[in-house]
Design a protein around this ligand. Structure first.
Ligand code: GCB
Length: 585
């Protein structure tokens, strides 16, 4: 899936701004024809979650209605017009001028609709109905009743009742873009890079939309530029596909610390005329699992960094570019080289910046809080599969993405969990054979899905949820558990979560739970253990920043306080401790 671009052949217009908005708790909108346009809407900012924009909206999860109006520029006539949603949480249905465009399920992946036949030159009315209600057959799930399936249930529950530990922000959370492409346009690009000695290989596959006057004689020109190189290859389309391999002697490789990018321009040609063009940054690099090691460009790498969230006051999970820049600056300051997009795909802007700045990303689907009771299981499996497909389609050209994670902390149980994960991980491998696949688990040795992973991602809270207050016993247990997992599976392991809540400003000597000292001490002692295990290839502290979650007895102020920075990005003691460790190593 290609992100909209603005060039000689393509235009795009960002519909961000103030839209009209109505909550619809009674579900009246459909009967009253709100899809054709509604009145008495109040202003809402798009993109942003709705929850913190109004007094009464915080815990309301839907349904709700959005609408905006737009005109078309005169020079879009004769083009194919598309409306693209970057992220709508959770269910979306869209209408243009009263005609149903379609729907999408799942909160953090883009979807789009062709509106060429429906759009007018003036006064178009775009309406979107959003429903973020939590339910057992949705992914991630919530409002699951019956047998306790998670931590919250055993601690008196949480509100809103999610099966996951972050606030269930709702709404249009990333930009809605209107864009225009030529009638015969590039529809997709796949770039795979490889290395033969010092020669980089850039393998490109271009797919174009159907031609108007038959497919004969269309060709693709691939031009790779940068680092003193300019290389062009022209190949004919066979059907809708054209492929090329560009060889780059003495390639400037992409890596953290030296994130070299080339620029790939792809054009469609017919009888020497250029019909469409698209450019893509390309980082030449390889990622391989070799025994217990993770290799980047043939060299072992060790990940330092965080599990994170897209989360900020007022805007919720809405795209906020300055926070992206700030968070990379803080990761650089502290000496992190990587992060996991826990627990859902992050914005395309976040990944573009990871490519540019040289951060390694474990890209995760929204499959968090999975459970394996029979009811709704097939539906949840279908959704997880859809997420894997949509995530890889969106992100596979990012050099920063080094691994796919298909789930976080599933409550894996026989007999369903093993086939469930085999299917997801096989699908990820079939769609992209160039990256290791994984899932993040708290079950350790008992994790059924680990058998099918290339790298194991483990989350551990010894010294916090278990062995509370006793870091020495917690880390001793950690050491034994890691060895046992490695004996059983014999694969490289990343500790993708460990940490402790610390209320900023709370201090204790000797360290006590919830103090900044305890958090710093626990993190430091964990790292000592991890560094003593040759098969451990990374350490991701949970979390980079404090973040909003559902209310519950373990969550003071409805925040998870495991950030080493506060929610407004101020360092706690642990951030300084990590900086000493990570900047030294
Ligand atoms: C976990 C989850 C994460 C939570 C964290 C915690 O294991 O993966 O989403 O926020 O624990 O702080 O409890």
């Amino acid at each position: 899936m290609l992100y909209p671009q603005f060039n000689r052949f393509r235009q795009s217009h960002d519909l961000s701004g103030f839209w009209d908005f109505r909550f619809d708790p009674e579900g009246a909108g459909e009967g009253q024809g709100w899809s054709r346009g509604f009145d008495r809407g109040r202003p809402i900012a798009v993109p942003a979650s709705w929850n913190d924009q109004f007094e009464e909206g915080r815990d309301y999860l839907g349904p709700a209605w959005y609408q905006t109006r737009f005109d078309l520029p005169w020079n879009w006539d004769g083009k194919r017009l598309i409306v693209r949603f970057g992220s709508v949480n959770y269910l979306a249905e869209a209408w243009l001028n009263g005609t149903h465009l379609g729907g999408h399920e799942g909160g953090h992946l883009p979807f789009e609709f062709d509106i060429t036949a429906l759009a007018k030159l003036e006064a178009n009315c775009l309406v979107v109905r959003v429903d973020g209600e939590l339910a057992g057959d949705r992914v991630p799930p919530g409002n699951v009743t019956g047998e306790a399936v998670d931590f919250f249930a055993s601690h008196g529950g949480n509100y809103p009742q999610a099966q996951f530990d972050f606030f269930s922000f709702c709404g249009i959370q990333r930009p809605v873009l209107l864009y225009a492409v030529p009638t015969e346009a590039l529809a997709d690009l796949t770039v795979i890079t490889d290395l033969q000695g010092s020669t980089g290989q850039v393998r490109v596959r271009a797919v174009k939309g159907p031609a108007e006057g038959g497919d004969a004689e269309a060709a693709a020109r691939f031009t790779l530029r940068g680092h003193g190189l300019e290389l062009a290859i022209t190949t004919d389309f066979t059907g809708d596909t054209a492929e090329a391999v560009l060889s780059v002697p003495g390639a400037a490789l992409w890596s953290p610390g030296a994130p070299h990018l080339y620029e790939l321009a792809v054009e469609i040609l017919r009888h020497g005329t250029v019909l469409d063009a698209y450019t893509l940054p390309v980082g030449i690099r390889t990622v391989v699992v070799d025994g217990d090691r993770l290799l980047l460009n043939g060299h072992p790498i060790y990940l330092t960094g965080f599990g994170r969230h897209e989360d900020f006051p007022v805007v919720g999970r809405g795209l906020l570019p300055p926070v992206i820049v700030k968070d990379y600056a803080l990761m650089d300051w502290i000496g992190a080289n990587s992060f996991r997009t826990s627990h859902y795909p992050y914005s395309e802007q976040m990944l573009d910046m990871a490519d540019r700045l040289g951060f390694l990303v474990i890209a995760e689907t929204p499959a968090v809080g999975l459970y394996f009771r029979e009811d709704g299981l097939e539906r949840r499996a279908e959704l997880c599969l859809q997420y894997v497909q949509e995530l890889i389609a969106r992100d596979r050209n990012h050099p920063s993405v080094i691994m796919w994670s298909v789930a976080n902390e599933p409550h894996s149980k026989p007999p369903h969990a093993a086939p469930f994960f085999r299917r997801l991980l096989d699908e990820a491998r079939a769609l992209d054979g160039t990256r290791p696949v994984t899932l993040a688990s708290f079950l350790g040795e008992a994790e059924e899905g680990f058998e099918f992973c290339d790298v194991l991602c483990l989350n551990r809270y010894n010294g916090w949820y278990t062995e509370p207050g006793d870091i020495a016993r917690g880390t001793a247990l950690l050491s034994a558990e890691l060895d046992a997992i490695h004996r059983r599976f014999g694969k490289p392991l990343i500790l993708t979560e460990f940490g402790a809540d610390a209320i900023s400003g709370m201090h204790a000597q000797p360290p006590e739970m919830w103090s900044e000292e305890y958090q710093a001490e626990l993190i430091g002692r964990y790292i000592d253990v991890l560094r003593s295990k040759p098969y451990v290839v990374g350490e991701h502290v949970w979390n980079m920043c404090d973040f909003k979650t559902s209310q519950g007895v373990g969550r003071a102020g409805a925040l998870n306080h495991k950030g080493v920075f506060t929610r407004d990005r101020r360092p706690k003691l642990a951030a300084h401790r990590l900086r000493e460790i990570w900047r030294r190593s």
